[in-house]
Ligand binder design. Structure first.
Ligand SMILES: *[C@@H]1O[C@H](CO)[C@@H](O)[C@H](O)[C@H]1NC(C)=O
Ligand SMILES: *[C@@H]1O[C@H](CO)[C@@H](O)[C@H](O)[C@H]1NC(C)=O
Ligand SMILES: *[C@@H]1O[C@H](CO)[C@@H](O)[C@H](O)[C@H]1NC(C)=O
Ligand SMILES: *[C@@H]1O[C@H](CO)[C@@H](O)[C@H](O)[C@H]1NC(C)=O
Ligand SMILES: *[C@@H]1O[C@H](CO)[C@@H](O)[C@H](O)[C@H]1NC(C)=O
Ligand SMILES: *[C@@H]1O[C@H](CO)[C@@H](O)[C@H](O)[C@H]1NC(C)=O
Ligand SMILES: *[C@@H]1O[C@H](CO)[C@@H](O)[C@H](O)[C@H]1NC(C)=O
Ligand SMILES: *[C@@H]1O[C@H](CO)[C@@H](O)[C@H](O)[C@H]1NC(C)=O
Ligand SMILES: *[C@@H]1O[C@H](CO)[C@@H](O)[C@H](O)[C@H]1NC(C)=O
Length: 491
């Protein structure tokens, strides 16, 4: 204690040692894309550039040899796959975004990547030494129910209690009164959207997809019909209503299971950061691409909405949140014996709203506290209050007892056999890449969302919360089932 006080006061001296970054976890949204309501949704050239620029920003902050906050021990120019744990759902917009982002983090190696062969000839990999960094599929179901750290929890798909909770939103007074209050607002927009939405679909129930269609049009379409209707006030109202709709589906303070997507993300963050610390930096970088709804669920659980109502808004394309493991203790990359003790490690949270290249990440205190960065043990204790990190906990919170939860119940605790990776990868939960069955299921879910075929959704009810597609035949008719897609699809 005395020693700590001493250290604290010496830290205020001008000679204070500068902060070291031991690792980071980055959760990232995709870049600009085509609208959700016109399948298939594609990442655009603009979107690829946004995520690439974001990657380049983080490269200049954490990775490059002249980085402003270099991560201890991280390779500067040549990607070392064991140092990076990258996952994304099996969604082409998110997978493509992850690849473009990684190109910014580790651009083509050029002369650095040239091999010299036994006969002295030099060989460069294709495309100027393009670097291949695996992007694991975070899936909605697991081929291995014993694998406690699997990403089948991603997005809360199939969580019974969350499904009930989200459906309750469509019965809430708040929803029903907004639905009525905004009827004329949405029907007034029909001349703009009637190529995609029918009169019975043009209402608050489709707040997000209508906003999305118009938002994409304002970015890409030079000939929007009845463009004069889209005043700044109208565009603002559209965004605000969509924010309100999506926030209420992602989070409800008195009904936390609705935010199961944020709860599972929280566990992934904690597990990755913990693995970085316990392995003394073997895998210092965790990156996950995911849906804006997961940002919102996490913001609610971490009480960021109490800090600013801005956190209840859908984050812009290519947004990212970052969790930095930082220390003021002395470290040296060459000697693991100098790795700081947990007492000397803190976690700093930052948000870049939009591509980090244009919107530098800003620091915010988490969990309704005023302190940032937060000591590691405090961070872990706070995030553990809501993190859902293994099958047993998920089944309990979701009230599920069948399917994967039946086997989870009978084999709870048996999680030692899932390390089929190699070396450092095996210690890193999110490096669990090879889940062929899960991948197929994930792809199916994506397809279902894209097609918007309601019947299929019910056939696959085990994989879905409630669905959102505006193209559903019954849109407008049955409020209780038509609103929210599984968070994993809300990209
Ligand atoms: C997405 O790309 C595919 C293939 O190029 C194309 O057929 C489709 O129309 C695109 N979607 C949109 C909404 O532009
Ligand atoms: C050197 O070895 C590589 C790989 O075996 C071969 O492709 C290349 O033609 C050789 N170069 C010369 C100059 O022999
Ligand atoms: C939040 O949850 C409470 C309790 O379940 C419920 O009464 C309220 O209507 C919910 N609010 C929304 C917007 O879903
Ligand atoms: C959409 O609205 C415009 C303007 O009211 C009208 O001219 C057009 O025929 C409508 N299109 C469809 C497909 O209903
Ligand atoms: C622009 O809007 C018009 C009218 O809705 C539509 O026909 C056209 O396909 C849109 N173009 C693009 C590039 O989105
Ligand atoms: C970190 O991981 C270690 C080893 O798996 C575990 O004992 C410890 O409880 C974890 N700490 C936190 C905060 O999760
Ligand atoms: C991020 O930007 C969007 C759009 O500008 C806004 O609605 C949202 O509130 C912002 N979020 C935060 C946390 O600043
Ligand atoms: C390190 O010291 C600086 C200067 O006193 C302080 O601002 C920063 O919060 C400290 N970082 C940690 C992780 O304690
Ligand atoms: C969880 O329970 C719900 C409601 O019974 C069900 O629809 C869903 O398929 C179950 N999820 C899983 C993963 O078994």
């Amino acid at each position: 204690m005395q020693l700590k006080t001493l250290l604290l006061s010496s830290a205020t001296l001008p000679l204070a040692k500068s902060e070291t970054v031991l690792g980071v976890y980055i959760f990232h949204r995709h870049g600009d894309r085509t609208p959700k309501s016109l399948a298939p949704t594609n990442l655009t050239a603009l979107g690829a550039d946004e995520v690439f620029q974001s990657g380049s920003y983080y490269r200049s902050k954490y990775v490059a040899s002249d980085a402003s906050s270099p991560i201890v021990g991280l390779s500067n120019d040549i990607a070392v796959p064991t140092q990076l744990s990258v996952i994304s759902p099996a969604d082409s917009v998110l997978q493509s975004s992850a690849l473009a982002f990684l190109q910014g983090i580790y651009p083509p190696a050029g002369d650095n990547g040239v091999s010299i062969l036994a006969n002295r000839s030099e060989v460069q990999a294709p495309l100027g030494g393009y670097q291949y960094i695996p992007v694991g599929v975070s899936s909605t179901a697991s081929s291995n129910p014993n694998s406690e750290n699997n990403e089948w929890l991603q997005g809360g798909s199939g969580c019974g209690n969350a499904m009930v909770s989200s459906n309750n939103y469509f019965r809430s007074d708040e929803y029903l009164s907004t639905l009525e209050r905004t009827r004329s607002f949405y029907s007034g927009l029909l001349p703009v959207i009637n190529g995609t939405f029918s009169a019975s679909q043009a209402n608050f129930k489709n707040a997000y997809t209508i906003f999305d269609l118009i938002n994409v049009a304002t970015i890409h379409n030079q000939t929007i019909p009845s463009k004069n209707l889209l005043t700044d006030d109208t565009l603002f109202e559209l965004k605000t209503l969509a924010d309100n709709h999506e926030w209420n589906l992602a989070y409800n303070r008195s009904d936390p299971i609705r935010a199961v997507a944020g709860a599972t993300l929280a566990a992934q963050i904690l597990q990755q950061l913990n693995a970085t610390l316990t392995s003394r930096g073997k895998t210092p970088v965790g990156i996950q691409f995911g849906a804006y709804a997961s940002f919102m669920s996490f913001f609610g659980l971490a009480q960021l909405d109490k800090l600013s109502a801005d956190f209840t808004g859908v984050v812009d394309y290519a947004s990212s949140i970052v969790f930095e493991l930082v220390t003021n203790a002395s470290t040296s990359s060459s000697s693991s014996s100098s790795y700081p003790s947990l007492d000397d490690v803190s976690v700093r949270f930052l948000l870049a709203n939009g591509s980090a290249a244009q919107n530098a990440p800003r620091e915010f205190p988490l969990f309704g506290r005023s302190q940032s960065p937060l000591p590691w043990s405090d961070f872990a204790a706070e995030i553990n209050k809501f993190a859902i990190g293994d099958t047993t906990a998920w089944c309990q919170a979701c009230g599920n007892t069948t399917g994967i939860c039946a086997s989870a119940a009978s084999s709870s605790g048996g999680s030692s056999s899932d390390n089929d990776g190699e070396g450092a990868a095996a210690t890193t939960p999110s490096n669990n890449i090879s889940l062929p069955v899960a991948g197929v299921i994930g792809a199916l879910v994506t397809l279902v969302v894209i097609l918007g075929v309601e019947g299929l959704v019910y056939a696959l009810a085990g994989l879905k919360l409630v669905k959102k597609s505006t193209l559903a035949a019954t849109a407008g008719a049955s409020g209780a089932v038509g609103g929210a897609a599984a968070a994993g699809s809300k990209a």
